[in-house]
Every structure is written in C-alpha cells, then in structure tokens.
Design a protein around this ligand. Structure first.
Ligand code: IVH
Length: 666
C-alpha cells in the first residue's frame, strides 16, 4: 500500500475509535492497541511531513507552542438565556410562547443545562476550522488548538453535512477529573479551582495545548446554526448532528404540555446527581425554527428559550460559633461552625463567611438558625438567617481584632474587604505558606513536600523557616506519619539538588513582597548578585526598567531587617546560588532594551524557552499575545496563521530567526 493511503486509512480508523470511545462510550479495541496505531501514524507523519493534516488524530495531543489568543467576531452573537426558578415562572413562559404564536400548536424541547463554559465550533466542508469562546457575546477568544485536544469533538464530520455549519455547546470538566486535578494542585501548593466550571474555562485559556490535552475535558453540543441546516427544527437538527459525529446528550425530550415539562424537570432534579458532569438546570426551547423566528429576541436573550435553574439544595441548622482562619498571605477568613446537618449527600459542619461585610449584611448572631447552601462550589455558604427563631439574648457576631494564630493586631486596607494579619514572619500559617511557596515548582521545585508534610514538620519544631529545610535529616522526615525512609530520602535529595537552582529563581523563592518571577529575573540580571540587590538604594532600584516605587520600596525594606540578612546568610552558607551565572552574563547585553517580542513557531537554533531567555538576557521583553505594544514577532516554522494576520493588521514587524540573530550581533 502506498504511504499516503496508509496514513489516510490509519487516520480514518483512529477517528472512528475516538468516536466509539469518547462519544458513544463503546470502545471496540483496547487502549493498548489504540496507542500502538496512533504511534504508527505519528511515525509515518513525521517521516512524511508532506502529508500533514491539521485534522489528523495525532493533532489531539496538543503542542508546546505558547499561544496568544486572537479575538474573533461571532458570526451570530452568543446570547444568554433568561433564568427562572419556579414552576410558576415556567407556566408564564409557556403561556407567553402560546400567546406569541397566536395559539398555534408548538413543541418545547427540554434539555439539561450543562454547567461549564460555552463554545462555538465552526466547520467548513466538514472540517473543524475554529473554536471560539463566548467572550462578550459579540467576540471571543480563538481557542482552536486547545479544543482540538478534546477527544469527543470531531475534527472531521461524517455523513451528509452542510458545507458550512456552526455548533454550539458546553465544554465541561467531569467531576472525577476536577477532583483529581484539585488533589494535584493541593500537593503542588497551587490554588484550588472552586468548581468544574472555573476549572474548564481556566483550562481552555491555558497557553500550552499539550497541558490542556492532559486535563481530559468533555463536551456536549446543544445548538446548530447556519444558512443551510438539515432540518426545520431544533430537535431534528440535533438528531442530524448526532449523525455527523457530535456528542449530543440523550437527556432531551420533546414536550407538548406543561405536565410533560414538569415531569422532565422532576426526573432530572434527582437523576442529575448520577451524571459524570455538572448541570445546574434545564433549558426549554421552542422546537420549530419558524416559530422561533416569530417569537424573536429581546436585547439580551431569545424569547423562544429559557433556563430553569435547579434550587441549590438548602438546609437549616444552628450556628454554634464563628472561628477564623489565617491564610498564607495573612488574609483572615471567618468560618461558621454549624450543628452538623445533611446536605446533598454529605454532612455539613462548617461554611465560609468570606469577610466581615458578609457577616454584617447577614446581621449574624451566635445561636442563629441559618440557611446553608451548596451551590456549584465545594465549600458551602450561609445564605440567610431565620430571624423568627433568634433568641432575645443572642449576641451579635463581632469580627475579631487580633490574629487568632499569633495575636497581632489585624489590619484592613482602605477599600479592601479582607482583614490581614501583618505579622508576616512570626505567624505560623504565614510561615508555612512561605515555605510552601519556596518549594513550589516555579521557585525551588522541591518535590514531595506538600502542605501536610510542611505542617507536620513545622508542628514538630523541625521547620521554622525556609533555611531549616537544609538542616533536615532522613530520620526527621521518615518518622513522620505515613512517610517511609524511601520517600524521605527522595525529598532530601530534592532539597540537596535545589542548590543548583539559578539565582533568579532563588530570589523569587525567598518571597519578597511584589517580587514575582519577572521582577526577580530583572533584578538578577541587572544587579547580578544578592549583595548588590541588598545594598541598592530606592533610586538605584527604580532606575531599573519596569521597577516602580512599590516594588523598590518592598525590596529596600526587606533587606533593612536583620532577620532577613541572617536568613540570606544561612542560605548562602548552605550553597544556594546568590549570583547570576557568569556564562549567562557573557551572553547578556541591552541590545534589545525596551523592545517587546512575541515568539511564535519552531526554531532551528533555539528551543522555545531558549529563545525567550535570549531575548530577556539581552534586555527585551516577552509578551504572550500580539498587541499594538508589540515591536517584533519572531516567526519560526509553523507560525499560526491567526497570529500572522493579527501582526499584519496591527502593522507589527514579523522577523525570521536569522534576522533576530542579526539583531543580537549588533
Ligand atoms: S442554548 C440562544 N442549551 O447556558 C440559546 N445553553 O445562559 C443558546 N447552556 O450560554 C443557549 N446547557 O453556555 C443552551 N442545553 C443547553 C445548555 C446551554 C448549558 C449554557 C450556555 C449558555 C447559558 C445560557
């Protein structure tokens, strides 16, 4: 068989298996066989780049190119739906529709309302061209590269599809993936996602599509648009879409009467809890397109559709007390301690109260009977008080004035809702937070030291500051609960090898307020070592490009405290890098000073990180997306067409790799 034919056949076969597995949930081969075939295709494609096809199943693994998202205008605006909360509201909607249609017969299609982030997919001649987020409804971000990694979204359609077609739907993160992701983020010391919706939309906006591929997003499509649709009504179009290979929910019903609609709602109000993805209501749509047209639109939403939101489950229980948690950055969060109550299948004992203003607006008193709700969030919240059941002697909840962990007097900054504990270096949760930051991936990248271990080492008196990490012994860690010698050795190995971490990351890791990754790099490159940074005056600091008054003030004051000088000395003694690598210095200059670059594509002489580092070492700035502030786009092989167009539109200069190297040599 000819190579080309072999490639084409493998692509078709693998697409079919993708469809069987991710759309129908009925795989017909093992994962092992699938992977073997995919590898075979990958090898053939690498050997024969002339047969490249952006719709090949191999393209679903994503790539490591950093993408900026281009804004794209929607062909049809993406509207939202009016919300309703009761049977009475639905009856009103039904009667409004009936009246608007002058008493004609009509059908209402009932569907689940999926709680993710909406997407618009454009197909031309059956090939996925573009995936765009809702954005402001008029224009959204082009996230095609990321959406291509979602296995249930067809890259090519099957059957007798129209030449041009837009499908809309919801991108979702299944509960299981969401929970596992949060466990991983917790161990990495990264902030958790509040719900699968935020996680899905955060994932769609990631810069690196191969990371998106790992997040295992799912999707349901629920709306077809175009000039040449296969049917005259919504339900029938969705049926056709199923035939093109789209994943369409089976939880759809055509209803004629209000009773049928209420039955659907009642059934799914409980049954939805068994679904693998989050739903937050039911969408009702008039089926016939002609009738939809007759009913028309308001400024914000169609008159032919409405969303019914499920009641967040609510329970009534007694507030026992309010306690306060101190976060890593010193923020105080009030927590309601409750008489245990059953809610959506779990026992709730605590709920967040967010801040002092919320307590005030609820006029909360100790012993109050309070309503607790679990919305889409993991942590339940208090949404109301039953005042009729308040005792005459109940005491109003007073927000604390001193830190519950260290006793320092709390502060509240002008215009901010939160109270802070200012005792950064003496308040236990803040100290532990600093250590968590120090070991995190972008800082010293020490593996295996999750918050629980840090907490345990801290409470055993083995870890009082970041410097103590370098004094830990195998026995210290191994004797802690649940950790054996093997993991202890691995952690120590990680701590030991962290002395190789470059100076700019050490500077970021020590956690000087306002010194993030970029500022740390800038300081390390300009002033070259810690002593120069420590002795720099505010004027010298602000003279550095991009360093303003507040960063300079923070750096200056940090090094005026004896305890910080001592900490740095200790870290120096342990061998941590306190000066910028001289080989880097040799390659550094200011020839690109003041210029902003966007990098796109693959290069012959640099890796992606390499070219960015070179730009920064030579005084240039990196930006992830093209704007009017961009001076140059350095274009390698395979530069995205959207980026090219954007650069041309804005008149930004596009240069190739050789021209870039030429600039460095000037
Ligand atoms: S139809 C004009 N159907 O809910 C009608 N939307 O406020 C367009 N959603 O932005 C939407 N499930 O993100 C429709 N089965 C469903 C849906 C659904 C979830 C989301 C969608 C939309 C929002 C409506």
């Amino acid at each position: 068989m000819e190579i080309k034919e072999q490639i084409v056949n493998l692509r078709a076969e693998l697409s079919q298996h993708n469809y069987n597995y991710y759309v129908l949930s009925q795989p017909t081969i093992s994962d092992f066989e699938f992977d073997a075939k995919l590898r075979q295709l990958q090898e053939l494609e690498t050997a024969h780049p002339e047969y490249f096809d952006p719709s090949s199943p191999t393209q679903r693994v994503g790539n490591d190119l950093t993408q900026g998202f281009t804004q794209v205008e929607h062909k049809y605006p993406m509207l939202s739906l009016g919300n309703t909360y009761s049977e009475a509201d639905i009856t009103d909607f039904y009667n409004r529709v009936s009246k608007g249609l002058d008493g004609e017969e009509f059908e209402i299609v009932c569907e689940l309302k999926y709680d993710g982030t909406s997407i618009s997919l454009t197909y031309q001649n059956g090939v996925l061209q573009r995936a765009v987020t809702r954005g402001d409804g008029q224009k959204g971000d082009d996230v095609t590269a990321n959406v291509k990694t979602i296995r249930c979204i067809p890259l090519k359609l099957q059957g007798n599809y129209p030449e041009e077609l837009e499908m809309r739907g919801e991108i979702l993160m299944p509960w299981k993936v969401f929970e596992a992701l949060n466990v991983e983020r917790e161990t990495q010391g990264e902030p958790l996602f509040a719900n699968p919706r935020n996680a899905a939309s955060g994932t769609l906006k990631m810069q690196n599509s191969s990371q998106v591929a790992k997040r295992k997003l799912d999707s349901y499509l629920y709306y077809m648009l175009g000039e040449d649709l296969p049917a005259e009504s919504h339900y029938e179009c969705l049926e056709a879409a199923k035939g093109y290979g789209f994943k369409i929910s089976d939880a759809i019903r055509k209803c004629k009467t209000l009773k049928e609609i209420f039955d659907f709602i009642k059934y799914w109000d409980t049954e939805r809890k068994n679904l693998p993805v989050a739903t937050d209501g039911i969408v009702l749509k008039v089926n016939s397109f002609a009738q939809q047209k007759k009913l028309g639109y308001t400024a914000k939403s169609p008159r032919w559709a409405i969303a019914y939101k499920f009641q967040a489950e609510r329970a009534l229980t007694r507030l026992i007390a309010v306690t306060y948690q101190v976060g890593r950055t010193g923020v105080i969060t009030p927590v309601a301690n409750l008489e245990p109550v059953q809610l959506s299948g779990t026992v709730v004992k605590r709920a967040t109260l967010h801040n002092a203003d919320i307590i005030e607006s609820l006029d909360l008193h100790v012993d109050d009977m309070v309503y607790v709700e679990k919305g889409g969030e993991i942590i339940p919240k208090i949404t109301g008080v039953d005042i009729n059941r308040r005792s005459l002697f109940a005491e109003k909840v007073q927000f604390i004035t001193k830190c519950p962990e260290c006793g320092a007097k709390l502060q509240r900054l002008e215009g901010e809702a939160a109270h802070y504990c200012p005792n950064e270096d003496g308040c236990p949760p803040q100290i532990m937070g600093k250590i968590e930051h120090f070991v995190s991936r972008k800082a010293m990248n020490i593996d295996g030291l999750g918050p629980e271990i840090i907490d345990s080492l801290y409470s055993h008196g083995l870890l009082k500051s970041i410097a103590d990490l370098y004094l830990l012994k195998v026995q210290d860690i191994a004797t802690l609960e649940g950790l054996g010698e093997k993991s202890a050795k691995k952690i120590l190995q990680g701590i030991r090898s962290s002395v190789e971490v470059p100076f700019e990351r050490v500077l970021f890791a020590i956690g000087i307020r306002y010194v993030g990754e970029t500022v740390a790099k800038k300081l390390a490159l300009t002033l070259k070592n810690i002593d120069a940074i420590a002795s720099a005056s505010i004027q010298e600091l602000t003279a550095i490009d991009e360093i303003g008054e507040s960063i300079a003030g923070s750096v200056y004051h940090y090094f005026r405290e004896q305890k910080h000088i001592e900490l740095i000395q200790k870290l120096k003694d342990f061998g941590l890098k306190m000066e910028t690598d001289s080989s880097k210095m040799e390659n550094s200059s200011d020839v690109l000073g003041g210029k902003t670059f966007v990098v796109s594509g693959v290069f012959a002489h640099f890796s992606r990180d390499g070219i960015k580092e070179t730009i920064e070492l030579n005084g240039g700035k990196i930006s992830s997306s093209i704007s009017s502030k961009t001076d140059f786009v350095v274009a390698g092989e395979n530069m995205g067409p959207a980026k090219k167009q954007k650069a041309e539109e804005l008149g930004v200069k596009i240069i190739d790799e050789d021209t870039f190297i030429g600039m460095l040599q000037k």
